[in-house]
Design a protein around this ligand. Sequence first.
Ligand code: GLY
Length: 320
Amino acid sequence: MSVNQVQPKLIIHGGAGGHIKSAAGEAKVRQALHSVVEEVYDLLSYGGSAVDAVVMGCQLLENQPTFNAGTGSVLQSDGQIRMSAALMDGFRQRFSGIINVSRVRHPIELAKFLQGESDRVISDCGTGELLRELHVPVYDPLIEIRLQEWIQERDENFDKEMAGVVAEQALIHEPRKGTIGVVALDCNGKIAAGTSTGGKGLERIGRVSDSAMPAGNYADASAGVSCTGIGEDIMDECLAAKIVIRVTDGMSLGEAMQKSMIESRSRKRDLGAIAIAADGTISWGKTSEVILAAYHDGQKIGDTLNWNNQDLVGCQLGSK
Ligand code: GLY
């Protein structure tokens, strides 16, 4: 590393919700998260940009059927999959997003394409037009376990409010919401954040997720945040943008995360967030029981799977 370069940092998540039921389930989620962290951190350590690292991390997580994004996405109330994703380049402070897109392998790639466009958030029928325009091959992200989950819900008259956080009913106790997200700080000190989701699952047609809004995914030069949890709770808190702006205005990332999570808990929100600040601090927070996150601090890979359930916020202080 040259004197002007900073130590890259990376954090990813695969959703938030109830605790993992079994040691085998925990091992499976840990393996999935750690393999993505390892691959993406390699890119950052060879000088890759934060934006490229975030896109790559989101693609790898979208490929994992365990998580609710890309392949393995949940079904909406009408039995269709509609996915949403956003990318924010913190250095340029530029947001782009795709809302309720179907039949595509990597929603995050569309968000990346839109970074260069004058119309940067595209929804619903516009997403189909965009896929045709870009000649993106048709892809069906449906997996059997998600179909069975939906069929069971239909048989039970859609009693549940939403689908499981991971596509393994045995893995999570009291399964709930899911999303994937990546935040990176590159060796030039630039930050980016990306988030991708199949939504809550079983939702009304046309419902819009927080993941493709600045409430759920936001970054500037001082910090980047990706959220997970119930989209409506995240929107009500405007969580990602709030944490970032608190850091921009002078709070440490740890304090900004702590204050935002205390406020969220006092309003009974069900959510989580991962974040990195320009000083190299990595942080995560949640009001739900667990957040499925893993990080690389430049020395080692860590994760939050055995993290004390009582704590709202965890932090790895940065030294750049
Ligand atoms: N946070 C994902 C969603 O609610 O759609």
